[in-house]
Design a protein around this ligand. Structure first.
Ligand code: CTP
Length: 397
């Protein structure tokens, strides 16, 4: 039931807008209040009168309606709801959202809101599959938006494929899930991510090729399931996810200190590519070239953060997940690594240059646990992250 909940429903300009009339009825049947907003394109498909009659509330359409601005500013309108639902989320509306446009009431509300947002995409299959839409989708998911659909089927334009908006009852179920909070609500989860930089002198350091993409995707997926995420990140290429607590570090030593501060947690996911060695004596001034003389760097071993947390005598997280980046004998090396470090699960992947995984958008992993080895097919790092997050949710439930 949705008693006492308020949904701000933004109706985009697509043929699927007609389904919003039924969606409003279904939401109201379950006790939700619905504040409808139509983009100007949406008014070509459904009338504000029918929308407002079903919602039992005024349907808003124009950012520059001075009467409404005096009554209730758009900022306020964007914040009175428990959830913002965008249905249909057209390719154009998704692009505007991903780009941060605010040139009409609907997009201004979406920029001004601090309320969770659920989108129900609907468009022609080619538009859905277009690289630009998929890029925008990834941006929106990275921003923490929830997505329902689209479904596969016949389209109004005569084509077949993915792009049909979810049915009203499917959207209602997604609204209920979003408002109930995710399965990881109330769970605090630590994620380490990115490379570490080990200083040689004030201008030079030792690093590795990790982009931080996989760790960032894991943190995003865990937060989307309602977890309270502490994200300890080295200097990564990708920005940290929205809506998580970010602790930025440089070296392995700093990462260990940040992890210790973040404890206790219900689970820890150690996706960082921590440098194994640091330079024993960091020079406090820039090392100069001396004709014919080559500097000799002496190394010291860095603390193994995953092993330390896995082997904690008290206060160990209930679930400790490590990653294993290997170039040879992936499964046997990763299985041995799990035992050696004492973590519960290892997500193993092959990072040989020819796989394109290090720094790329995809990953092919094996999940190694007490139960054995599971081979996951090659998929986007986002999908790996979502699959892993739901497995973590099952394990902590
Ligand atoms: N790890 C860590 N601290 C370190 C080294 C690694 O927390 N000093 C964690 C990584 O975040 C990852 C796992 O240990 O979850 C395995 O990292 P990997 O680099 O594959 O293993 P190493 O222990 O460095 O072993 P090797 O380099 O010999 O393969």
């Amino acid at each position: 039931m949705l008693d006492g909940k308020r949904v701000l429903l933004i109706i985009g300009g697509g043929i699927a807008a007609f389904k919003c009339l039924d969606l409003i009825r279904r939401l109201k049947e379950r006790g939700a209040a619905v504040t409808p907003v139509l983009t100007s394109a949406a008014t070509e498909f459904v009338t504000p009168l029918s929308v407002s009659a079903l919602a039992g509330e005024k349907a808003y359409t124009d950012l520059f309606d001075l009467t409404d601005e005096a009554e209730m500013g758009h900022i306020q309108l964007s914040r009175i709801a428990d959830l913002v639902v965008v249905a249909p989320a057209t390719a154009d509306l998704m692009a505007k959202m991903a780009g941060g446009h605010a040139d009409d009431l609907a997009t201004t509300l979406l920029m001004a809101t601090d309320t969770p947002v659920l989108i129900a995409p609907a468009m022609n299959v080619r538009m859905w599959e277009h690289a630009a839409t998929q890029r925008n989708l990834a941006v929106l998911q990275g921003d923490g938006l929830r997505v329902v659909g689209p479904n596969e089927g016949d389209m109004a334009c005569g084509e077949f494929g993915f792009g049909r908006m979810s049915e009203p009852l499917e959207i209602v179920a997604a609204v209920e899930t979003a408002l109930a909070g995710g399965p990881l609500n109330g769970k605090r989860i630590l994620v380490t991510s990115g490379p570490t930089h080990e200083p040689i002198d004030p201008v030079r350091y030792i690093a590795n090729r990790s982009s931080g993409a996989q760790g960032t995707a894991v943190a995003t997926a865990l937060a989307a399931l309602g977890a309270d995420v502490v994200f300890v990140t080295g200097p990564a290429d990708v920005p940290p996810p929205a809506g998580v607590e970010v602790i930025a570090v440089q070296s392995a030593g700093e990462m260990l200190a940040a992890v210790e501060t973040a404890l206790p947690v219900d689970a820890g996911v150690f996706a960082a590519a921590v440098a194994d060695w640091r330079v024993k004596r960091e020079s406090s001034s820039k090392i100069k070239k001396n004709k014919g003389e080559l500097p000799v760097l002496e190394f010291a071993e860095n603390p193994d953060i995953l092993a330390q947390v896995s082997q904690m005598k008290s206060g160990r997280p209930g679930l400790v997940v490590g990653f294993a980046a290997e170039t040879d004998d992936v499964i046997s090396n990763a299985t041995a690594k799990r035992k050696r470090k004492g973590c519960d699960w290892i997500v193993a992947n092959d990072v040989s240059p020819e796989t394109g995984i290090m720094g790329g958008a995809e990953n092919a992993v094996h999940l190694i646990s007490d139960a054995g080895v599971e081979d996951w097919p090659r998929m986007s790092k986002d999908l790996v992250a979502r699959k892993l997050a739901s497995r973590i949710a099952e394990a902590l439930s």
